[in-house]
Design a protein around this ligand. Structure first.
Ligand code: A2P
Length: 274
């Protein structure tokens, strides 16, 4: 018999014995957007509860060892399946293997979800901004499909900045899904505004979100007043540098950072890679 090929070696199989505190779930669908981005959906374990916006540790058996990384759950808490939006890092310990999964494969998930990008970590407000770059849109993919978001806020603004237009597709697909959804379409109505921008290609909306906030173009384009701690709340998810720069601008506008045990005017979470 031939030695196993690299693909066979890393086929996403269930471990012989599933460790305590871990679910082994089945991949249902995989969609590749670009050579850097893909999403997948998998079965949701009976009894697995999470709050929209939280993340879980997702893993694969690589050889005989599991490797885990933190992933925001992109599906809303009411969904019967679980969705994830992932980067593909060529040498990433997990994503170099995860990008090869196929329907029917097994993905591991630790049982306890957690995270700060939850509605409970914000004090009541009028308008909720969700600032995201790249795969940082994932927790917001969950929250914009959760009816509670629209019960708590009159207006929801999702900003998504990527290097190029092809990387925005997941966001456009989400908006389309909501517009065509049986009950979300009516509930969301025109409360949700999508503000996609790119930084490395020509596009009608161009530039880093931080620059668009500083210049005021974001607010002019949306037809809303500049940030106001009395009305506006924020959630930020992106790279470490993007979190810091966006947080600085929110603080400059007078908003304060909150947490699960201390709700305030904005919360942050890094988009995890690897
Ligand atoms: P840029 O192209 O100017 O670096 P990445 O794919 O590297 O995670 O980046 C996703 C998006 O985040 C890119 O459009 C990138 O812009 C933008 N970005 C990177 N750093 C920052 C930052 N400090 N503040 C705001 N946006 C950022």
């Amino acid at each position: 018999m031939n030695a196993p090929t690299k693909t066979e070696e890393f086929a996403a199989k269930a471990p012989a014995a599933i460790p305590d505190g871990v679910y082994a779930e089945t991949v249902l669908s995989v969609e590749h957007y670009t050579d850097r981005l893909f999403r997948f959906r998998m079965t949701r374990p009976a009894g697995f509860r999470f709050r929209s916006g939280e993340f879980a540790m997702i893993g694969l058996m690589v050889g005989d060892k599991p490797i885990y990384r933190a992933y925001s759950i992109a599906s809303p808490s009411w969904d019967e399946e679980l969705e994830f939006f992932s980067i593909k890092v060529p040498d990433g310990p997990l994503t170099s293997h995860l990008q090869k999964i196929q329907p029917g494969d097994t993905v591991l998930m630790r049982k306890k979800p957690t995270g700060t990008l939850v509605l409970d970590a914000l004090t009541p407000g009028k308008r909720l901004y969700m600032f995201s770059t790249g795969t940082g849109i994932a927790p917001f993919a969950s929250l914009i499909r959760d009816p509670e978001t629209y019960e708590k806020f009159e207006e929801v603004i999702l900003t998504h900045t990527c290097r190029d237009v092809a990387e925005l597709k997941y966001g456009f697909d989400l908006m389309e899904e909501i517009r065509n959804h049986e009950f979300l379409a009516e509930l969301v109505g025109d409360k949700l505004k999508h503000y996609p921008t790119v930084t490395r290609e020509a596009y009608p909306f161009q530039g880093r979100i931080t620059d668009l906030m500083e210049s005021g173009k974001l607010y002019t384009d949306l037809g809303v007043p500049p940030l106001d701690p009395a009305a506006d709340r924020g959630m930020i998810c992106g790279s470490t540098a993007m979190l810091k720069d966006t947080k600085d601008l929110l603080e400059k506008a007078g908003l304060t950072e909150g947490a699960n045990n201390k709700p305030a005017e904005f919360v942050i979470e890094r988009a995890f890679v690897g």
